[in-house]
Design a protein around this ligand. Sequence first.
Ligand SMILES: *Cc1c(COP(=O)(O)O)cnc(C)c1O
Length: 297
Amino acid sequence: MSDPGVPAPQPPTPLVEIRDERLGAVRLLVKRDDLVHSDIVGNKWRKLRHLLADARERRARRLLTFGGAYSNHVRAVAAAGRLHGFETVGVIRGEERPFNDGLARAVGDGMHLHYLDRATYRRKHDPDVIEALQGAFGDFYLIPEGGSTVHAVAGCAELVDEIAEPFDVIACPVGTGGTLAGIVSGLPPGSRALGVSALRGASSLETDVHDLLVRSRGRDPGNWAIDHRFHSGGFARSTPELARFVDAFRARHALRLERVYVAKMMFGVYAAVASGEIVPGATVVAVITGRDDAVAS
Ligand SMILES: *Cc1c(COP(=O)(O)O)cnc(C)c1O
């Protein structure tokens, strides 16, 4: 990953203390993974790093992946393709609509978009659907929706290795669970991980994270949990309470929380402190897995 002209990634990302009297005797550190790379942001860079190396080793020329119209993952794969010399195909759930910013950027990065109706999309990993895609686009290196593979687990474990201070709890947002699985697999003894789901009713997430841990490390250490109470109405939804929290956090700490995932995670961390689920005296690391569009542009 050292092509000339490719912006350099900047791990280790900073670990910054947040001083806030609302946290009482809990010490909160944020891991600024939103700063890890200018074009492939946050956990998407962590998740794609080893996968891109694998694709290159296998001499793949084309990456194909899946996602909804608002998928940060699809956008990250498009940027990675541009930077690392792969053709990219984004298979998008649903009917073709006017581009939103994310899809416009993916196309700007050279991604070819292909739309699948929702019924076919649900069967996207079935052999007949894959064969039809190969017929249309030729051979490709397949990246599953959300990119949560064993390579993603390895990449996300590295962010934990960068944390030089002892901590009790590490929190991250959860979409498909690859980031959480990676963090769990990198945990030092005595620490636990807390995932906050950004989706409503995502009841298979625990199984997904468990399976991913077993597939990549051979075992699930079990020192993790997912909190499902802070989705604020569902994926990409918000509430006035969450919006006020984001505004207040920005005013106090000059840090603008990405709204789809990071804001819900931080809200969940503050709630866990308020309820005593995170005990006074504990040190918590909250992983800032991404940043808002407006800041990213
Ligand atoms: C994609 C994304 C997530 C979700 O990561 P998973 O590994 O799918 O759980 C979390 N935060 C941000 C900012 C993201 O873009």
